[in-house]
Each structure stands twice: as structure tokens, then as C-alpha cells.
Design a protein around this ligand. Structure first.
Ligand SMILES: NC(=O)c1ccc[n+]([C@@H]2O[C@H](COP(=O)([O-])OP(=O)(O)OC[C@H]3O[C@@H](n4cnc5c(N)ncnc54)[C@H](OP(=O)(O)O)[C@@H]3O)[C@@H](O)[C@H]2O)c1
Length: 302
């Protein structure tokens, strides 16, 4: 039992007490990085860290205006880096995403790819349209596979080292009330996709990391899910800020293959590992739905 708790908490303890941020440019020779979903939230915070270390960055998300704003913010941190923006809607089809990313990055020696873009989906599964579901799967799953496939192929052909990072979620471990099945399923896919790739890619000089954040309160993520409007920042007990998740993620590159950010997320994983999914599912049936009264929650925190 003690061993199980220790193994579950060891990466979190390491990341928690690691005050410095590891320099991926110096340690892993990262000259260029691609960060998807980098216009706001966790992705933007990761881009800030990379830029401060002198890494050139490709910022990718769907909204050009937000990307321009992000680029300007990053250039205030370091004017000596190159920043390229790619406005691409990742809800589009696999081939379109793969070709667009390949074309936009073809002359850049990218060796770190952070697959971070994603959005929450709420509501009853049976009431969602098929278009809503397929767009969601495209953005939260297919786009990551398409982008990873392109770079994996290129890196192995060129025999160069590369690093993949995926932003999953603790809902990829266990069901969470009223975050939709498709969202949890997408995060579970990323978790196993990265874990399996990690086990197989070492021999190709490719490293994979999957980060499972708990709730993050200063990103647009929960607002987009329909729980909050843009003026009401989502905030929950146990939530973290995006910069903390970003720091933990960057510090885990090359050191771990699967991590959580913070104690809450780690505890959730431990509970699931100890009790198993049957118990968790039963407990969740008896748990009040914390998302059913978003106004009350947001008022409390404003
Ligand atoms: N916030 C949380 O509580 C939490 C918890 C666990 C995991 N996560 C995961 O963390 C990742 C980052 O989320 P965040 O919390 O930082 O939220 P966020 O501020 O909403 O960031 C999401 C990023 O993804 C981009 N994106 C969304 N839809 C897109 C699309 N169709 N095409 C291209 N880009 C798109 C957004 O840019 P545009 O909208 O400008 O395109 C934004 O840059 C997501 O994968 C999310 O699932 C979040």
C-alpha cells in the first residue's frame, strides 16, 4: 500500500518542490517548439516559459486575433526569438490538419511538439448533435494524432531526437459529473496514446509525456464548455492556475512519461488506482453534480 502511494505521488512531489524551471533549450537542444492551443491558458503559459528560455515558437490555435495578441505578449518577454502563428481550426478533418501543419512548419527544425489544444464539452450525450461530437473528437483527439504522426515520421526519417507532450486531464482517469462522456473519452485516449507511444518510441529517440491537470481556473476552458460566460472566470476549490500547470509540464519533459499537476489530481488518480473504476462509478452516482449550478459557484468565488 505504502509503495503504491509512493509511486503515485513521487512525480508530483518532485514537480512540487522543483523551484527552478528546467531549460529545455540547454538540456534537450530544443530550438523550435510547436504549441497547439497556445493563444490562452496553459498553452500560452508554456509558450511564455519556452520563449523566456530562447526557444522559437510556433503558436497554433483557431483565432488569429488572439494569436496576434499572444505573440505580442511573448515578444515582450524576449525579443530575440522568432514566433510564428498558425491560425487553424483543429475541428477540421485529420488530413487537412496534418497537411496544414506540415506546410506551415516545413522549414522549421521543430523538436518539441506540445499537443495542448482542447475544449470541454458538457450536456447530455444523447442531446448533442453529431456535428458537435465529431468536431469535438477532431479537435481533442484526431488533431493530436495527425500532428504527432507527421512529426514522428519526419523525426525518424531524419534520425533526430524529438519530444511530444500531450495535455490530457484527470477526467481521462475517471468519470466526472457532467463533463461529457466524449470529453473524458478524448482525454483517456490521449493518456493511453501517449503512454503506449512512450513505451515504444524510446528506441527511435522520441520521448512522450502526458500531463493530467486537475481543474484550472484562469483559462477559458470552462467558459467555452458553456458553464460560465467570458466575464465570469471559472474558479473551483482545488483549482490551480495555468502557469503552475505549465511549469510542472515543462519540468516533467524528459523526466517522466505520465504526470499530474498538483495534489488534487494525484489524489484523484490514487483513489481510482486503489478503489477501481466500479467503485468510483458507484460513488459518482451518489455525488451531487457540482456543475449544475455554475452561477452559484462563480458568485461564491468572485
Ligand atoms: N482548464 C481546466 O480545468 C483543464 C483541466 C484539465 C485539462 N485541461 C486541458 O488543458 C488544455 C488547455 O486548456 P486551458 O485550460 O488552457 O483552456 P483554454 O484557455 O480554453 O485554452 C485552450 C486552447 O485551445 C485552443 N483551441 C480550442 N479550440 C480550438 C480549435 N477548434 N482549434 C484550434 N485551437 C483550439 C484555444 O484557442 P482558440 O479558442 O483561440 O482557438 C486555446 O488556445 C485543453 O486540452 C484542456 O482540455 C484543462
Amino acid at each position: 500500500m505504502l509503495l503504491m502511494v509512493g509511486l503515485n505521488f513521487y512525480p508530483t512531489i518532485y514537480l512540487h518542490f522543483q523551484k527552478e524551471i528546467q531549460n529545455v533549450k540547454k538540456l534537450y537542444n530544443v530550438e523550435w517548439a510547436l504549441v497547439t492551443g497556445s493563444s490562452t491558458g496553459i498553452g500560452k503559459e508554456m509558450a511564455k516559459i519556452l520563449v523566456a528560455q530562447g526557444v522559437n515558437v510556433v503558436l497554433l490555435s483557431s483565432n488569429e486575433e488572439r494569436l496576434e495578441q499572444c505573440k505580442n505578449d511573448l515578444l515582450k518577454i524576449n525579443t530575440d526569438v522568432e514566433i510564428k502563428i498558425v491560425a487553424l481550426d483543429l475541428t477540421k478533418a485529420f488530413d487537412h490538419v496534418q497537411k496544414t501543419v506540415a506546410e506551415a512548419t516545413k522549414d522549421l527544425p521543430i523538436s518539441l511538439v506540445i499537443n495542448n489544444a482542447g475544449y470541454a464539452l458538457s450536456g447530455k450525450f444523447q442531446e448533442l448533435t453529431s456535428e458537435t461530437l465529431s468536431s469535438h473528437i477532431n479537435c481533442n483527439v484526431s488533431s493530436h494524432v495527425a500532428i504527432t504522426h507527421h512529426f514522428y515520421k519526419m523525426w525518424t526519417e531524419k534520425k533526430v531526437k524529438g519530444y511530444f507532450v500531450f495535455t490530457a486531464s484527470i477526467v481521462g482517469y475517471l468519470p466526472f459529473p457532467n463533463l461529457n462522456e466524449a470529453y473524458s473519452g478524448a482525454k483517456g485516449y490521449l493518456r493511453m496514446f501517449s503512454n503506449t507511444m512512450s513505451a515504444k518510441s524510446k528506441k527511435d529517440g522520441i520521448s512522450c509525456l502526458v500531463m493530467h491537470p486537475g481543474p484550472v481556473h484562469n483559462s477559458r476552458f470552462l467558459n467555452k464548455s458553456g458553464h460560465f460566460n467570458d466575464e465570469t472566470p471559472a474558479k473551483f476549490t482545488f483549482s490551480q492556475t495555468a502557469d503552475v500547470v505549465a511549469k510542472h509540464t515543462i519540468n516533467a519533459i524528459g523526466k517522466f512519461t505520465s504526470v499530474e499537476s498538483g495534489w488534487y489530481a494525484t489524489l484523484v488518480k490514487l483513489i481510482k488506482n486503489i478503489s477501481g473504476l466500479n467503485f468510483v462509478s458507484l460513488a459518482l452516482k451518489l455525488t451531487p453534480d457540482i456543475f449544475t449550478a455554475p452561477k452559484a459557484i462563480s458568485k461564491k468565488n468572485n
